[in-house]
Design a binder for this molecule. Structure first.
Ligand code: ZN
Length: 247
């Protein structure tokens, strides 16, 4: 367990965010008591993990089964040239702990599947989707509903991105909005797209934990980097959804 009391060093480290209206030391303590599950140590996982760490999240539980490849480096900004060939989980832990030693970092080199997903997310307060495929996203969505854990969806393609926050049994879930997975492919992506999307996911986590602002509930936010626009699509919970439906 993490000690919820903030040290003098921590109060100084977070002093600029503690000044935000409605945030305060109380908000910072809430963040310190929070465990976030980050599914994926790649393009989205990089900004998600490093900004959560910078904000003073208590514990990050990061799961990834991959090793760093040269073709990752245009977008997976926590992996550097020297890390090629290393486990992504190891590379992540080094960077995150280097930025903020107050954050407990649990990195797990594993594939998320239907057998381990429930146990993996069990001790977490929020799940951040930093995956690149829908089959794992659906597993996480189902586990989030089952365990009643908020799930912050994020996805990118080219210069585009999408974000939505789901609160189990309250809002539309991922499956309500995307009933079927798009075909698998090695999709194109510019690094700034996961940068934008990952930062919005972090804002959602912080707002949820501290209790500030309006979450992206039943609102699919679509970012188009080519036109520099954000579009909001209102979505509804599907009563017949195979994951969260009432039947
Ligand atoms: Zn649903």
């Amino acid at each position: 367990m993490t000690d919820p009391i903030l040290t003098a060093d921590e109060l100084e480290r977070y002093s600029r965010q503690i000044r935000i209206k409605g945030f305060g030391k109380e908000g910072q303590e809430k963040i310190k008591k929070t465990t976030v599950f980050v599914a994926g140590a790649g393009g989205l996982g990089s900004p998600v993990s490093i900004y959560l760490a910078a904000a003073g999240i208590g514990r990050l539980k990061i799961v990834d089964n991959d090793k760093v490849d040269l073709s990752n480096l245009n977008r997976q900004i926590l992996h550097w040239n020297k890390d090629i060939g290393k486990k992504k989980s190891v590379s992540f832990k080094e960077k995150i702990s280097g930025l903020n030693p107050f954050v407990e970092v649990d990195t797990i080199h594993e594939t998320i599947d239907e057998n381990n997903v429930f146990e993996l997310v069990d001790d977490c307060d929020v799940i951040v989707d930093a995956m690149d495929n829908f089959s794992t996203r659906y597993l996480l969505n189902r586990a989030a509903i089952d365990k009643k854990i908020p799930f912050i969806y994020g996805g990118v393609y080219g210069f585009e991105g999408r974000v939505m926050t789901t609160i189990p049994k309250e809002t539309a879930c991922l499956r309500c909005v995307f009933p079927k997975a798009p075909p698998k492919e090695t999709f194109p992506v510019i690094g700034s797209a996961p940068g934008v999307v990952g930062c919005i996911q972090v804002s959602e986590v912080i707002k949820y934990v501290v209790g500030l602002g309006e979450l992206l509930k039943n609102r699919l936010l679509v970012y188009d980097g080519l036109s520099s626009t954000f579009t909001e699509i209102k979505v509804k919970r599907n009563e017949k959804c195979e994951d969260c439906g009432k039947a």
